[in-house]
Design a protein around this ligand. Structure first.
Ligand code: SAM
Ligand code: SF4
Length: 473
C-alpha cells in the first residue's frame, strides 16, 4: 500500500464526482482511504470558485492546514478543482506548504504528482485539453467502495460554451465536450453489474449533450446520440431503475426530451431546471438566451408530459442592474411554476466575467440580502406546501444512510429527489446498514426540509419482502 488519503470536496456534483474519480485512481495506485485527516498521509482539497465565498474557503483551509502538513514532514498536500484551474502555480508561490496543484483537465495526473511530491517535487498542472481521452478512466477498483451504495454519477459531457455573463465555469472547466455514447453505455452496464440502481448523468448543460457533434452531422469519431435517445438506451440497461440528469439548460429542451418524461418509466419525475431570474431584462443581461415565457412554456410542457413532476431551480438575486420590478418578476415566476425547492444565491462578482464590469449597476449588499430573504421565505412556503400535499401518498425510497434527525433514523431519496427519513427499526434495518436499499414507504409527515415515511408494509397491505430490495449483494 502506498499510504492513506482523504479528499475534502467543495462545490457542485461535478466536483463530488471528480473527487470520486481521483479516489478511484488512487486506489489503482495502492492508496487507501484514511478514516480521518489526522490519519492521512495525503490530503487533497477539491475546490469551487462559483462564488467568492467558496473560493475564500480554500485560502482559509490552506492557512489552517499548515500545522497538519508540518506535523509529519512526509505528508503531501494537493489542491484541485476550479480554484486550482484559475490560480495554477500562483497557489504554490503563495502557500509554501502546498505540494501540488491540478486543474480540472488533469485528474489522471494526480497519482504521479503525489509520487513526485514524495520525492520533494512541487508542481502545478493546469493544461486544458480538448481530447476525448479524459473520459477514459479505469473501472472502479474492487476495493474502492464508491461514495453511495446503489447510486452513481456518470459524466456525459464536460465544460460549457454558454458564457452566461455572471459565470466562471467556462473559464474553469473549459470548452464543452461530449463523451462518446459507447463509453457511457459501457460504464452504466458495469455500474449496474456492481449493484447500482440509480444513475445521475452529469454535465454543465447536460441536455446539450452531443450538440456539437450534431452540428458536424454526428461525425463518426464523436459517437454521440441525441440526449433523449441516450436516455432511452440507458433505460434499457438491466438493473438500472432510476435515471436522473443535472443540470439541464432551458435552451436545450427539445420535444423528444419532454416526451421521454412521459414515456420512460426509469426517468425520475424530477427536473432541476435553473431559471436564474424571472425578468426578461435581467435574463438578457445574464446572456441566458431565453425569456420568462420560454421558461414557463418548458415547465408547462414537462407537467403535461408528467403531471406529478417535481421542478427545482437555481436563482440569483442582486444581479447588476436588477430593479425592484425585476426582482418582483422573479417572485412571480417562482409562484407560477411552484418549484418544489430552489437554490438561491446573491450575485457574486467573478474575475474575468462580463457582469463584473457593470459597476454602475451594482445592487447594494443590504438590498440583495433583503431580496434573498424574501425569495427564500416564499420558497420555504412552497416547499412546505409541496411536502404537505404528499402526506398519505406511497413512494419508494433509495436509502443513503443514517439521517441527520437522529441515530435511529435512516434517510434516502424518493423518485422526486425529496429527502425521506424513516425509523430504522420500523424498516427492520440497522441505521448503519441500510444504504443502497429500496424501501416502499407511505409519507406520514411533512417538514420544511424533508418528508417522514413509514415502511408501507406496516400499513398492512404490502408484504415486507417484495417491498424491500437489497442492492449490491
Ligand atoms: N450549468 C448550470 C446552469 O446553466 O444553470 C449552473 C451551474 S452553476 C455550477 C450552479 C449555480 O450557481 C447557477 O445555476 C447559478 O445560480 C449559481 N451561480 C453561478 N455563478 C454565480 C455568481 N457569479 N453569483 C451567484 N451565483 C452564481
Ligand atoms: Fe455557467 Fe451558464 Fe454554463 Fe451554466 S450554462 S455553467 S450558468 S455559463
Amino acid at each position: 500500500m502506498s499510504g492513506c488519503f482523504r479528499i475534502r470536496t467543495y462545490g457542485c456534483q461535478m466536483n463530488v464526482h471528480d473527487s470520486d474519480k481521483v479516489s478511484n485512481l488512487l486506489y489503482h495506485h495502492r492508496w487507501r482511504e484514511a478514516p480521518g485527516e489526522e490519519e492521512a498521509d495525503l490530503l487533497v482539497i477539491n475546490t469551487c470558485s462559483i462564488r467568492e465565498k467558496a473560493e475564500n474557503q480554500l485560502y482559509s483551509d490552506l492557512g489552517a492546514l499548515r500545522s497538519w502538513k508540518h506535523a509529519a514532514p512526509a505528508r503531501v498536500l494537493g489542491v484541485g478543482g476550479c480554484v486550482a484551474q484559475q490560480e495554477g502555480d500562483a497557489l504554490l508561490r503563495r502557500f509554501p506548504h502546498l505540494d501540488f496543484v491540478f486543474g480540472t483537465h488533469n485528474l489522471t495526473r494526480v497519482p504521479a504528482m503525489v509520487e513526485a511530491a514524495r520525492g520533494g517535487g512541487r508542481e502545478a498542472r493546469t493544461e486544458e485539453s480538448r481530447s476525448l481521452a479524459r473520459f477514459e478512466l479505469p473501472e472502479r477498483h474492487p476495493d474502492y467502495p464508491g461514495p453511495t451504495p446503489g447510486r452513481a454519477f456518470v459524466t456525459v459531457m464536460e465544460g460549457c460554451d454558454m458564457f452566461c455573463s455572471f459565470c466562471i465555469v467556462p473559464r474553469t472547466r473549459g470548452r464543452e465536450i461530449s463523451r462518446p455514447a459507447a463509453g457511457i453505455l459501457a460504464e452504466v452496464e458495469d455500474l449496474a453489474g456492481r449493484g447500482v440502481r440509480e444513475i445521475t448523468l452529469l454535465g454543465q448543460t447536460v441536455n446539450a449533450y452531443g450538440r456539437h457533434a450534431a452540428r458536424r452531422e454526428r461525425s463518426a469519431n464523436a459517437g454521440t446520440l441525441p440526449f433523449a435517445a441516450l436516455l432511452w438506451r440507458l433505460a434499457g440497461t438491466p438493473g438500472i431503475e432510476r435515471i436522473r440528469y443535472t443540470s439541464p439548460h432551458p435552451l436545450f429542451f427539445d420535444d423528444e426530451l419532454i416526451a421521454a418524461h412521459g414515456e420512460l418509466a426509469a426517468l425520475c419525475p424530477h427536473v432541476h431546471l435553473p431559471a436564474q431570474s424571472g425578468s426578461d431584462r435581467i435574463l438578457a443581461r445574464m446572456r441566458r438566451r431565453y425569456g420568462a415565457a420560454d421558461f414557463l412554456r418548458i415547465a408547462a410542457a414537462l407537467r403535461r408530459a408528467r403531471p406529478d413532476i417535481a421542478l427545482t431551480t437555481d436563482l440569483i438575486v442582486g444581479f447588476p442592474g436588477e430593479t425592484e420590478a425585476d426582482f418582483r418578476a422573479t417572485l412571480e415566476l417562482v409562484r407560477e411554476v411552484r418549484f418544489t425547492d430552489a437554490f438561491s444565491f446573491k450575485y457574486s462578482p467573478r474575475p474575468g466575467t462580463p457582469a463584473t464590469e457593470d459597476a454602475a449597476g451594482a445592487v447594494p449588499p443590504e438590498c440583495a440580502q433583503e431580496r434573498l430573504v424574501e425569495l427564500q421565505t416564499l420558497q420555504r412556503e412552497l416547499t412546505l406546501a409541496a411536502h404537505r400535499a404528499r402526506v398519505g401518498s406511497r413512494t419508494e425510497v433509495l436509502l443513503e444512510g443514517p439521517s441527520r434527525r437522529g441515530a435511529t433514523q435512516l434517510m434516502g431519496r424518493d423518485p422526486y429527489h425529496r429527502v425521506v427519513n424513516l425509523d430504522a427499526a420500523e424498516a427492520g434495518l440497522e441505521p448503519s446498514a441500510g444504504a443502497g436499499r429500496l424501501v416502499a414507504v407511505e409519507i406520514v409527515e411533512a417538514t420544511p426540509h424533508s418528508l417522514i415515511g413509514a415502511p408501507a408494509w406496516l400499513r398492512g397491505d404490502s408484504p415486507p419482502e417484495p417491498s424491500l430490495k437489497a442492492f449490491g449483494g
